[in-house]
Design a binder for this molecule. Sequence first.
Ligand code: NDP
Length: 329
Amino acid sequence: TRQIALASRPTGAPTSDNFRLESVDLPELADGQVLVRNVVMSVDPYMRGRMNDAKSYVPPFQVDQPLEGGAVGEVIASRSDDVAVGQHVLHGSGWREHAILTAAKVSVIDTDVAPASAYLGVLGMPGLTAYVGLTAVAEMREGDTVFVSGAAGAVGQLVGQIARALGAERVVGSAGTDAKVARLRELGYDAGFNYKTTPVRDGLREVAPDGIDVYFDNVGGDHLEAAISSLRLHGRVAMCGAISQYNATDAAPGPRNLFQAIGKGLTLRGFIVGQYPQLVGEYRERAAGWLAEGRLQGDETFRDGLDGAPQAFIDLLEGANTGKMLVRL
Ligand code: NDP
């Protein structure tokens, strides 16, 4: 079987040289294990951080070892009473065609309810991230004006729709192409702007002239600075990601206007979705309802084949995706 290993650590933006496709033999299944043939895998921005040799909330990938990440596969052999051949499972051993896993480390999913890919997107980690960030972290209330950066991505598309479902008064977003901004409108955003053709500060003032109550930050940098200027009294920021800085080789400047947090009584709160396991059930239930009502949908951008996974990841960081970036195996 084949897998992708980290060949070297990137400096700045990753390149194909940082990855290596290799063939390995699969060991025998031990008691309690299952053999999974992966059908779809996720590439995610946080994986860029794991490619650095730096202490973080997840341990770094090791050079010459296979990469890891969310994936869904079909069980093709089982030595566990809990998981049967033919079932589909969600697990953390992507970047490879086959995975041998302890049954306790996989969760069985129902592909009659939603396609396998949905468990890596709208029903999975990105959906939960959007929900946790809006509710538990930003404490969004009915009537709020909400601004989302990275709004056409996996998390961002869902943030806007969930904010709307939770009764936001106005939902605006930014994204990196005019086509993505047009898509935001179709998904229920009131307005959006292209941050590559309009300075963020100007774009935000235009789409939210009366200011914002909540900023869902996927980007950091000048987006965060512009949002701080636009936040109203007691505004709240869910600090979800800072993708504008993931490839940076120098320390990024802080928001120069952070002092405004004092006078406006702002809250800036960071979070990692894994810190909120207690909201998993609640999100699944509400998401299922919104999906059934047609109020929640997530676009998917597919690449094909394990050998296409490194480029899918490289392109994700460059904005090639609308909605969730996935690799079909
Ligand atoms: P996306 O699907 O949003 O893909 C990344 C997008 O980021 C690209 O499509 C691109 O879109 C945009 N982007 C790239 N570079 C820049 C830049 N310099 N400035 C602005 N936008 C840029 O990924 P996800 O939805 O999976 O993740 C979104 C964010 O949420 C990331 O920061 C990620 O790290 C974070 N995250 C955090 C979690 C948590 O637990 N805190 C969990 C999951 C994700 P464009 O064309 O618009 O530039």
